[in-house]
Design a binder for this molecule. Structure first.
Ligand code: ZN
Ligand code: ZN
Length: 408
């Protein structure tokens, strides 16, 4: 028996609710999507509570569940995900924080949490403080987009359970405090880093120039959302597969890197409405040559949903369908193809909701049920029934003949 490969396609936030002005239909029900429907027609369908019934998933926790991890046991704050997204490889025992470059006055009062929404020069500012040694701990700071950055603390005896330095509004900077006795050192190191970083950044030429140009200086770092990667087993070891991902959006990219997937940079995969669907299809087909498990995330549907833009969302569905068409032309029965969403983002809410998402799986030795279309309602009549996100990987492993026998 030869095991099959697995392709998991997650359409971020594509699942929706009916909209009155559009005939009480969802974008998936309105769009033309022959390739998506073909997966439903040739396989089994169902609906999925990605985390659990009545739970509104974030993209990060949802993806953890889709990859088979219990988000309640493994999710330890955004810091490590952002770090991985920024390309910082975390080591066991590291602690990571999301940070803002901010403006503080002489008495450490935050006067602007985003340093006037600084766009340029944060790379120079970050390298000016990155590598700082605080006792036996090294602080690594990496700039993100605009005013954002990630801080990784590396050294013995660290623990992420500390309070934020970021006051989350204008006002005095907070001292980080340990939430458990084991985190005392981490809080002290963090406070020391923030103090010393402020001295370095205040004198930095980038900030002098900003002051001269009438801009707010980015003279402080505000860490928040500390986390560690302790409980995360690598996905390749867990499933004994080589895993790769085609992802544009930073948060999900971070999630994939964090669990140990290969995430090549794909030119044109932006994580936005302008993403290059063809490039994504080609990248996925390329990865399928060398990897057993390939994951694709398309963020655009979620972007259109947060804008409350039904028509754009319909167009996104049709673009994803074009991408799926390109892929299906090349893959055959030796690949199990699963198509689903990480959560619903109804355009009427402009936010994520707890509604279950549709799922369709074909290829391999898939059973074939009577469902012929991929959408929120049609899928619910399928043979897969109603599953949870964490059950998806085991189901796919079974369908790809990769599951191990339990018993004699
Ligand atoms: Zn999402
Ligand atoms: Zn979203």
């Amino acid at each position: 028996m030869t095991s099959k490969k697995i392709l998991l396609v997650v359409c971020d936030g594509l699942s929706d609710r009916p909209v009155k002005e559009f005939d009480r239909k969802t974008p998936l029900q309105v769009a033309k999507k022959p390739a998506m429907d073909a997966i439903a027609r040739h396989g089994i369908s169902g609906v999925m509570d990605v985390i659990g019934p009545g739970i509104v998933p974030g993209s990060d926790t949802a993806h953890l569940a889709l990859f088979g991890y219990d988000p309640y046991k493994t999710y330890t704050g955004r810091g490590p995900i952002e770090a991985a997204g920024a390309g910082l490889i975390m080591e066991r025992g590291d602690v990571a924080f999301r940070c803002n470059f901010a403006t503080v006055d002489g008495s450490f009062n935050v006067t602007d949490r985003r340093a006037g929404r600084i766009k340029f020069g944060t790379d120079e500012l970050a390298s000016a403080v990155s590598g700082m040694a605080i006792g036996d701990v090294t602080a690594i700071l990496k700039e993100g987009t605009e005013h954002r950055a990630v801080l990784v603390l590396r050294g013995p005896g660290l623990d992420h359970r500390v309070t934020d330095v970021d006051p989350h509004r204008e006002g005095p900077l907070l001292e980080s405090r340990p939430l458990v006795p084991e985190a005392k050192k981490t809080a002290e190191v963090l406070n020391e880093f923030v103090r010393r970083a402020r001295d370095v950044l205040d004198q930095h030429p980038v900030n002098r120039n900003r002051l001269r140009d009438g801009l707010l200086p980015a003279n402080a770092i505000l860490p928040r959302g500390g986390g560690s990667t302790k409980g995360l087993e690598r996905i390749c070891e867990r499933y004994r597969m080589r895993c790769g991902a085609v992802v544009g959006v930073t948060l999900v990219k971070g999630m994939c890197r964090l669990v140990g997937m290969d995430v090549p940079e794909v030119q044109g995969a932006t994580g936005g409405l302008d993403t290059d669907y063809r490039a994504k299809a080609e990248a996925a087909l390329n990865l399928l040559k060398t990897h057993d498990f390939v994951f694709i995330n398309v963020k655009a549907g979620d972007v259109a949903s947060h804008d409350g833009d039904f028509r754009t969302k319909v167009r996104v569905v049709e673009n994803i369908d074009m991408m799926m068409g390109m892929i299906l032309k090349e893959v055959h029965e030796d690949v199990v193809v699963a198509l689903t969403c990480d959560h619903s983002t109804p355009v009427s809410l402009k936010e994520h909701s707890a509604d279950p998402v549709p799922i369709a799986i074909s290829g391999g030795g898939s059973r074939v049920d009577g469902v012929k279309e991929f959408d929120e309602i049609s899928s619910a009549a399928g043979a897969l029934g109603r599953i949870r996100g964490m059950e998806l990987m085991p189901i796919l492993m079974g369908m790809a003949d990769r599951a191990e026998k339990f018993g004699a």
